[in-house]
Design a protein around this ligand. Structure first.
Ligand SMILES: Cc1cc2nc3c(=O)[nH]c(=O)nc-3n(C[C@H](O)[C@H](O)[C@H](O)COP(=O)(O)O)c2cc1C
Length: 410
């Protein structure tokens, strides 16, 4: 535990006050103009005071026409920078760091948002009966690829101007950069597809250009899948190769996760009689990777208990990322520091439809985020079916608002 609460100096000289990070959780709480709302500010102020050394925002989109969900935040120009400045300030009240996670959804874009889905190739998501909830993707042109790369750069520069201390480039969980990495979703024959070098090109371009555009003291991180967990997809060998190449690109942290909407292993389920190592989902891989790169590794997935956190710290992983448990108990790091072991967790959702069960679990967690943003205590006893219905209803309302807003802009 002493290691978890000791400072960590990153490659660019930034020192995190401790090694616990609040991992990204999409909040769906933006104001109608896709800017941080007062609710969002309150949520992050709570997490800042909860004791984590680093907060990562939920997805912040690099293009307001390409959102991962209704009520998402987008940062593409300085029109509303003052609101982002406020967010950056309240999220760093306790001396922690606060980075924006920046993202483009690619084909993981909901039909209800009424926007076209851009992707490396025109390969639709395969979610069985739920596939129609996602827009059919179009293969991106060279110009569109260039546009997306420069959008990541623009958003990073704006994040620095607003006072955030870093960005995390999201290349995991089946979003656009992850789609390029996977041979299942990237069937291109040009310089952006084919072998792994070509499939990684867009990620490396984004990383290099972002690093060159921001100041050296501004942190640049990447969230990467250890694997897609799909037959024939991006696997651990591919991930090791990508990490070894990223190691020479002056980045400050690599977060390892796994899965996508098609294979939502990143959400996991409470471990059943498992070893400690299996309770933290990707620990084995992260331990191996940490040995072969000089970039600090952050591991996220399943960490909530004191004993697991200790195990993660002992394994050579530099930062322990916690998402769900911090939605259930925002001051978990402080509680652990005081010597407590609260072990916050949700009951498993054991529905036969795994995709629907994963969605319901997600909505239960978002329900807790909403409560926190209104100054209420978490309520873990909420029924998954009720949280799902409520989440779908409010998502639908926000999606309508978003479409109206987009019509007004055009
Ligand atoms: C409600 C919710 C929203 C999430 N949104 C994001 C996101 O915006 N970006 C991201 O990289 N991961 C997101 N995740 C995944 C988490 O960052 C994390 O990888 C995953 O939940 C596993 O960690 P945990 O077991 O500590 O929850 C989300 C998870 C949850 C539960």
């Amino acid at each position: 535990m002493d290691i978890a609460f000791s400072p960590l100096t990153l490659p660019n000289g930034t020192t995190l006050p401790n090694r616990i990070a609040k991992a990204a959780m999409e909040e769906n709480m933006a104001d109608a103009d896709q800017t941080p709302s007062q609710q969002l500010l309150k949520l992050y102020q709570g997490w800042s005071q909860g004791g984590a050394g680093l907060l990562l925002s939920g997805n912040v989109m690099v293009d307001c026409h390409a959102m991962t969900g209704p009520g998402g935040v987008a940062l593409e120009d300085d029109k509303h920078l003052a609101k982002f400045e406020e967010w950056a300030k309240v999220g760093q009240t306790a001396g922690n760091h606060f980075w924006l996670q920046i993202n483009h959804p690619g084909r993981q874009i909901r039909t209800e948002l009424g926007q076209p889905a851009l992707a490396p190739s025109a390969v639709p998501l395969d979610l069985g009966n739920l596939s129609k909830l996602f827009a059919p993707p179009q293969e991106m042109t060279e110009t569109q690829i260039e546009d997306v790369v420069s959008r990541f750069v623009t958003t990073s520069k704006l994040a620095e101007r607003a006072g955030f201390s870093g960005v995390q480039i999201h290349a995991a969980h089946g979003y656009l950069l992850c789609q390029f990495l996977s041979p299942l979703s990237n069937l291109r024959q040009d310089q952006w597809g084919g072998n792994l070098e070509n499939r990684s090109r867009i990620l490396f371009e984004v990383v290099k250009r972002v690093r060159a555009a921001v100041s050296p003291k501004f942190c640049v991180a990447v969230k990467l899948n250890s694997a897609d967990f799909q037959k024939g997809g991006f696997d651990e060998k591919d991930a090791s190769w990508v990490v070894s190449r990223l190691s020479n690109m002056q980045i400050d942290l690599i977060e390892l996760s796994g899965g996508s909407y098609e294979s939502p292993v990143m959400q996991g389920e409470p471990a059943k009689g498992s070893t400690l190592a299996r309770e933290a989902y990707f620990l084995e891989f992260a331990t191996d990777i940490a040995k072969v790169t000089n970039v600090p590794i952050m591991l996220t997935g399943g960490i909530r208990r004191r004993e697991v956190l200790e195990q993660v710290m002992k394994s050579g992983v530099a930062v322990a990322g916690i998402a769900t448990a911090l939605a259930l108990q925002p001051d978990l790091p402080n509680a652990l520091k005081r010597g407590e072991d609260p072990n916050p967790q949700l009951a498993a959702v054991t529905w036969w439809n795994k995709t629907l069960a994963a969605l319901a679990r997600m909505m239960v967690i978002k329900y807790q985020l909403n409560r926190q943003s209104e100054g209420l205590k978490p309520k873990l006893s909420v029924w998954p079916s009720w949280a799902l219905l409520l989440g779908l209803w409010s998502g639908n309302k926000r999606a309508k608002l978003y479409r109206k807003q987009m019509e007004l802009r055009e």
